[in-house]
Write a protein that binds this ligand. Sequence first.
Ligand code: MN
Ligand code: MN
Length: 467
Amino acid sequence: MTDKELYESLTYENKNAYLEMSEAEIIEMKTLCDDYRVFLNNGKTERECVKEAVKMAEAAGFSDITKKNELKPGDKIYKINRNKNIFMAVIGSEDITQGINIAGAHIDSPRLDLKQNPLYESTDMALLKTHYYGGIKKYQWPTIPLAIHGVIYNTDGEKLDIVIGEKDDDPVFVITDLLPHLAKDQMVKKMTEGIEAENMNVLIGGMPIKSEDVKEKVKFSILKILNARYKITEKSFQSAEFEIVPAYKARNVGLDESFIGAYGHDDRVCAYTTLRGILEESAPKRTACAILVDKEEIGSMGNTGAQSAFMMMTIAEIVEKLTGCCSVTKLNRVIENSAVMSSDVSAAVDPNYLSVSESKNASYAGQGVAIMKYTGARGKYDSSDANAEFVYEIGRLMDNEGVIWQTGELGKVDQGGGGTIAQYVANLNMDVIDCGVPVLSMHSPFEVVAKSDVYMAYRAYKAFFRR
Ligand code: MN
Ligand code: MN
């Protein structure tokens, strides 16, 4: 062996996934990514993602667990939690107390929510007040076309799903920004203060009604349109949930179409590939489960977030319907022997901002799915930090299944950081590791991922379900 060969056998370097893929894999990747773009266009909110997931699950032979009295190996079930959170499982042949495999992704993305009293008029324009959701850079949201998605009860007590701004002939909405000519004061502000949250008001109308009796003539006109179309009044908004999201569709990016640009890759890229993985699963040894959660971007709180008891309650229901009873000890056995892939995105190294990453431990777009032992910030704070035994096992599984993968870390130490659902699931006493697609421009209205990484994430989750 020459020194060069010996050196190569002793050292390690990431691989570019595109270079490692066969022609057949490239074709499979392109089809998967075309399907993923359709999913992104249909699922811009957590509610819409759950709806899409149910549609896809039913087409794949899954049925609602609440309609079943008992379960047997091979059964495919789902359970919906408050229209924003869904658990799916394919029952395995092995004794369930040996543990189950769960992949968990989140389907909420950073956005602007409407406040409960959003509508007002100023300078002959009608606007909607917003409260941002999740970690956004506020300056990225003005001057882009926006759509409104949400639910509202009308005056007849009917629940309406409303989407405006997605069809080609729909109007869109926008947050205006200052012209540079008058932005002298704004331009010297810190970026965090350049756009203030209370100025992120969405333009919704400007055609006043000719009336001597009413002072706010534009607001009046908008309320008249809303009432004629949906039978809603200003009060109806008080219980409504409306999300303002970018109005454009997911697009291929690059002359070679190697990337996908879209709103909401974090974390729908992992949610979609996890979903595809579980739906294609049949007759596994260990029960294969997938959960799509809400509220990750605001700390996994609430009854539809990863900290909710919903997942444990559903696992208990599976154990009971499969084995006839679910004692605390039996459920504990299942949990302690179970493993979780926290399917969430990582930050891809940005060639425009090399200095924030540490090159040896960062993840790169195009170099495969990123497996992260830990996330967190300020000395791994808020990280579950997977055990070496589990990291080794998962790495070996990926190698054996031909998955191109890389390690990842969220930026240089003390540069910032972040978390995922991993820590909350790990608290239940399962083995958990983060595994997902590296993303460029994360949390922006147009995030970018490499198609090869989307494909490798899909392959990784499929391999995990077979673990
Ligand atoms: Mn995420
Ligand atoms: Mn995020």
